[in-house]
Design a protein around this ligand. Structure first.
Ligand code: ZN
Length: 175
């Protein structure tokens, strides 16, 4: 994992965290005005990573996974929690988890993206799922404070399956 930083804030970043060290590129940072260097995280223990399995029984499903993600966040963590879906026909987003609204999201995705008529269907017959998941996106980031996801009052983490039923991976990485 790399963190890009500008020349001006390099010194602050370096001195404020013992999790970082200067990379080869970073050596030039203090005298280079290009304004962008790469810094490598040396202490891999600072990153906590877990994979959740999400199973569905419908082709298109919107599932509230907030409580499961919260359980995967270490209690001492303060920073950010990145959720990443390593699939091309599923996604993750943040919105309200009211049960009827979850159904409305499914209806909206179905109506926005027709089931048929796509070129990719000639080889895989699931272009609709690719396009729907592309609209949702594969990742979100949530602030974390003392092990708690800092979501808004009405915000939930929603996993979107577009080509189920099947079992998927949701990666939860806290740093
Ligand atoms: Zn496909």
């Amino acid at each position: 994992m790399f963190l890009a930083c500008g020349t001006i804030n390099y010194k602050h970043v370096f001195e404020s965290s013992n999790h970082f060290r200067r990379s080869e590129a970073g050596t030039d940072c203090s005298r280079n005005t290009v304004g962008r260097v790469l810094m490598q995280i040396a202490d891999r223990d600072a990153i906590m990573s877990e994979e959740l399995s999400v199973s569905t029984d419908e082709r298109l499903s919107v599932i509230d996974v907030t409580s499961r993600v919260q359980e995967a966040v270490p209690p001492e963590a303060t920073g950010t929690c990145t959720l990443f879906v390593p699939h091309t026909t599923a996604g993750v987003t943040i919105n309200e988890g009211e049960q009827r609204l979850l159904g409305d999201f499914e209806t909206a995705l179905s109506e926005l993206v027709p089931d048929d008529g796509w070129d990719h269907d000639r080889i895989d017959d699931n272009a609709d799922a690719h396009v729907r998941s592309m609209l949702v996106g594969p990742s979100v980031t949530v602030p974390v404070e003392d092990g708690q996801l800092e979501l808004g009052t009405w915000q939930s983490i929603l996993f979107i399956e577009c080509d189920g039923p099947r079992t998927r991976t949701l990666r939860v990485q806290t740093a």
